[in-house]
Design a protein around this ligand. Structure first.
Ligand code: B4P
Length: 190
């Protein structure tokens, strides 16, 4: 299975990615997690991406695409993967298509997790209290939501046009949302 997990900040992508990936026996690859690990370790990639992430801006496409290309070339991705938070721009969609040998041949399904803006803000501010992530302050959260609406939300139409999109309501308990995702995946891959 080659799966993409999309949705606004706070919709539950990171939370659900591990469950779905475990179910299909594939690695869950979060671009955000990889960037954060590099920032924490002060690698060259981390130094390059830190300012963008802290401001709620997207990391430049060339940097993100190179990182994803490298990650997908590793042996654990040979039989599938779940990409969490990638692609987020039209250029990233094109790059992924090129990497996978083009379009719907390469992707089995795209899960779009959805939730209302005020619930997203509530979750992210709660996470700020619990985990203190740099990009979970209210002004940065609102910037991330605006960027998602402008740049990433329109990409869903592209995947819907390819017959790959499964839209899932992200409200409810973590287990309820996981069940919805798994049911939607059965439907879209049938
Ligand atoms: P991400 O790490 O992807 O951050 P995110 O959008 O907030 O999603 P995350 O997975 O962390 O949160 P989730 O919704 O699961 O990206 C961070 C930054 O990295 C970006 O802003 C950008 O700078 C950079 N970046 C990443 N990918 C990029 C790309 N492709 N191109 C360019 N830049 C890129 O969870 C949020 C909270 O909600 C959690 O606290 C969770 O516990 C809670 N929650 C989840 N499900 C819930 C539920 N059902 N009920 C209640 N709470 C729930």
């Amino acid at each position: 299975m080659r799966l993409l997990l999309m949705g606004p900040p706070g919709a539950g992508k990171g939370t659900q990615a591990a469950t779905i990936a475990a179910r299909f026996g594939i690695p869950a690859i979060s671009t955000g997690d990889i960037f954060r690990a590099n920032v924490a370790q002060r690698t060259t990639l981390g130094v390059l991406t830190d300012t963008y992430m802290a401001a709620g801006e997207y990391v430049p496409d060339d940097v993100t695409n190179a990182m994803v290309a490298d990650r997908l070339s590793r042996p654990d991705c040979a039989h599938g993967f779940l990409l969490d938070g990638y692609p987020r721009t039209p250029q990233q969609v094109d790059e992924l298509d090129a990497l996978l040998g083009f379009a719907s041949v390469g992707i089995d399904a795209v899960v779009l997790l959805e939730a209302e803006t005020e619930e997203l803000v509530r979750r992210l501010l709660l996470r700020a209290q619990e985990q203190g992530r740099d990009d979970d302050t209210e002004s940065v959260v609102r910037r991330r939501l605006d960027l998602y609406a402008a740049e990433t939300a329109p990409l869903a139409a592209e995947y819907a046009g390819r017959g790959l999109l499964a839209s899932v309501d992200g409200l409810g308990s973590v287990d309820e949302v996981a069940e919805r995702i798994l049911s939607a995946l059965v439907a879209v891959s049938a």
